[in-house]
Design a binder for this molecule. Structure first.
Ligand code: GAR
Length: 209
């Protein structure tokens, strides 16, 4: 496995980022986080990054209302100061336009089984509320490569959980998050092992029995 230099973007509490640190420290992910960017200065994930001695930057999405292109430019201007192999969106609640050189080198995790309950407005607890409202019996999480449409690029890993009659949005979110903790490192490991081949919308995992 290649040692990976990771750049991470987030908007919230940063449990997804913390899980990467945990995996790295446990030796189950041969990687380092070289920079963490936030879309709001009060995102707790930025503090987690600083606690691990990782440099951070902030591009306030609020300052770019109706200017998605300007927001993306500002993000990639900051990221451009670092060298990284893979960009990970980790609870990053904004649409960004991936530059061509990052195609196949940027991933996102979404707390539903894409293409259900994804796209604009579907994030965090809104996803789980919608799953319960619809009456789904199964939900889960998806790690996918990022393209320039919300929650849309080729799918790398999906993990499912059963929806129980007694579930609330919080209990379902917690069970899905347990799967997220496995799915994201798994996808990153496969990338580091050079085992992901994108063929159109399909991602082939090389070396699978
Ligand atoms: C995670 O559940 C992630 O899947 C979700 O936000 C949460 C971030 O938690 N992402 C989305 O909804 C993206 N559409 P965290 O800030 O504690 O890592």
């Amino acid at each position: 496995m290649k040692h990976l230099r990771l750049a991470v973007l987030l908007s919230g509490s940063g449990r997804t980022l913390e899980n990467l640190f945990t995996e790295i420290q446990a030796g189950s992910l041969d990687a380092e986080v070289v920079v963490v960017g936030g879309s709001r200065a009060d995102a707790y994930g930025l503090e987690r990054a600083r606690n691990h001695g990782v440099p951070t930057f902030v591009v306030e999405s609020r300052a770019f209302k109706n200017n998605a292109a300007g927001f993306s430019r500002a993000i990639f201007e900051q990221l451009g100061r670092y060298e990284y192999d893979l960009l990970l969106l980790a609870g990053f609640m904004c649409l960004i336009t991936i530059p061509p050189e990052l195609e196949g080198r940027a991933m996102n995790i979404h707390p539903a089984l894409i293409p259900s309950f994804c796209g604009k407005g579907y994030y965090g607890h809104y996803v789980h509320e919608a799953v319960l409202r619809y009456g789904c019996k199964v939900s889960g999480c998806t790690v996918h490569f990022v393209d320039n449409v919300y929650d849309h690029g080729p799918i790398i890993v999906q993990k499912a959980v059963a929806v129980e009659d007694v579930d609330t949005a919080d209990s379902l979110a917690a069970r899905v998050f347990e799967k997220e903790l496995e799915a994201y490192p798994e996808a990153v490991r496969l990338f580091g092992e050079g085992r992901l081949r994108i063929e159109g919308r399909r991602v082939k995992v090389l070396g699978q029995p």
